[in-house]
Design a protein around this ligand. Structure first.
Ligand code: GLY
Length: 437
């Protein structure tokens, strides 16, 4: 079997000169990735599975379920991509990267074994503890009774996390016994999260400022991306329920100052831990960090670009993502350079999001106001098309603005929203509203 980590420089150059890239996934993150990859002069063709109506304007889309490993392999054998970029966690946890590699495809994304650090909260907590990475103390519970016992050991509020993948919804922060009881009912009686909540972590709540830190990891080394800020709560001022993320911006002011400590305490031990534990990693690793004062704690790992963080990181690279992702997939790690610019992404959500997002609501996008420029544009995240666009999930569209100044990038993102009509849609008004900007 040939191994892409051992390609000769000639073979590697040949692959990256007339590239056909396949992106797996179909959200706003994947639209941002497709858009960024398309800027490469070496790109010959771009495909996406399953994609979405926005991506379909830029790539050939295939209605293949990216978590169905057999079908993805069939597709890859048919269209023969030179590089496959796996966007979401589902296909990674299903082992898509492993199977494609077994058949000699070049893949950006970690192995199924390594993807456990996102797939299982219990696995990742044990990994953090084993490698001395600062994180909140936690207990693993398998029943309502065990949760009640565990909460006696921590003060309020309590954090309950489903062990498995729950589309970003398996975390409950319970401020009192009433909320704790209803979370227990969701996890153990209604079984809202199914098998993902067979085990539940009860964790000490850490209060502070949350940051999204990402690094490309390959060959036992890492390269950092600019620090970004996600807005997880539904409403302005950090109020309302948790969501998958209502917006993001990058770079975070003074982010590089806190990075040193985060690197020492969290990133270096993680990358070394992966190596020690024999977990093959060629992809991006996301560290959900909570800064308690000046001390960083690791809340979670994700084995993918954040969404909507990818939407603000993709435009900031001073270089070609196609080259960078190919190199990482081949076990190399190029030095990254970043533009002196800021990017802002505002998520436009469907009515009812996050609990019961309404599907099928017509979306009108004013072409004049939203005509794509390189400094502000609309990305599709969860839309359907049938003689026009309709909502097809919770986080529907992303408005992105880019500029030298964060303030102007923010204005560009909000300006473009004026060209979007979607009945009862909603978005936060305080994304990237930073003091002193
Ligand atoms: N925005 C957080 C995440 O992608 O998990």
């Amino acid at each position: 079997m040939r191994c892409f980590g051992q390609l000769t420089p000639y073979e590697f150059t040949k692959i990256v000169c007339h590239m056909h890239i396949l992106v797996l996934g179909g959200g706003g993150r994947e639209h941002a990735i497709v858009k960024a990859l398309k800027l490469s002069p070496k790109l010959k063709h771009i495909s996406c599975a399953p994609g979405n109506p926005g991506i379909a304007q830029e790539a050939t889309c295939y209605l293949t379920d990216p978590t169905d490993v057999r079908k993805v392999l069939d597709l890859a054998q048919r269209i023969k991509p030179d590089l496959t970029v796996i966007g979401p966690e589902g296909p990674l946890a299903a082992g898509t990267a492993d199977v494609l590699r077994r058949y000699d495809f070049l893949v950006f994304g970690p192995s199924r074994e390594a993807a456990q650090i996102e797939k299982s909260k219990v696995f990742s907590k044990k990994f953090m503890e084993k490698h001395g990475i600062p994180t909140a103390p936690a207990k693993v519970c398998g029943s309502a009774e065990e949760v009640m016992q565990a909460t006696a050991e921590f003060s309020k509020p309590w954090v309950l996390k489903a062990d498995g993948l729950a589309s970003g919804k398996g975390v409950s922060i319970c401020k009192d016994e009433v909320e704790l009881k209803s979370a227990i009912i969701e996890f153990f009686e209604k079984k809202t999260f199914g098998a993902a909540a067979q085990k539940v972590l009860v964790e000490k709540y850490i209060e502070g400022n949350e940051l999204s830190v990402m690094a490309l990891v390959s060959g036992g080394k890492y390269e950092l991306l600019p620090v970004s800020q996600d807005y997880k709560r539904l409403l302005d001022g950090g109020k309302g329920p948790n969501t998958g993320g209502m917006g993001a911006y990058a770079p975070v002011k003074n982010g590089s100052k806190v990075l040193k400590k985060i690197e020492e305490k969290i990133i270096i031990p993680t990358v070394e831990g992966l190596k020690k534990d024999g977990l093959e990693y060629r992809g991006v690793l996301y560290f959900g960090i909570m800064m308690e004062g000046s001390e960083p704690y690791l809340l979670e790992y994700n084995v993918r670009f954040g969404d909507p963080e990818a939407q603000v990181l993709m435009p900031l690279l001073d270089g070609q993502w196609a080259d960078v992702l190919s190199a990482v997939a081949a076990g190399k790690l190029p030095k990254l350079k970043w533009k002196r610019q800021a990017a802002v992404c505002v998520v436009i959500a469907a009515p009812g999001y996050p609990e019961h997002p309404k599907k099928g609501i017509r979306i009108q996008i004013d072409r004049k106001l939203c005509s794509s420029s390189s400094s502000n544009y609309i990305l599709h995240a969860s839309t359907a098309s049938h003689r026009g666009y309709f909502t097809n999930g919770g986080r529907v569209l992303n408005a992105v603005g880019i500029d030298k100044s964060l303030k102007t990038a923010r204005k560009k993102a909000y300006d473009i929203i004026k060209g979007v009509e979607m009945l009862e849609s909603h978005y936060r008004k305080d994304i990237a509203l930073v003091k002193g900007e």
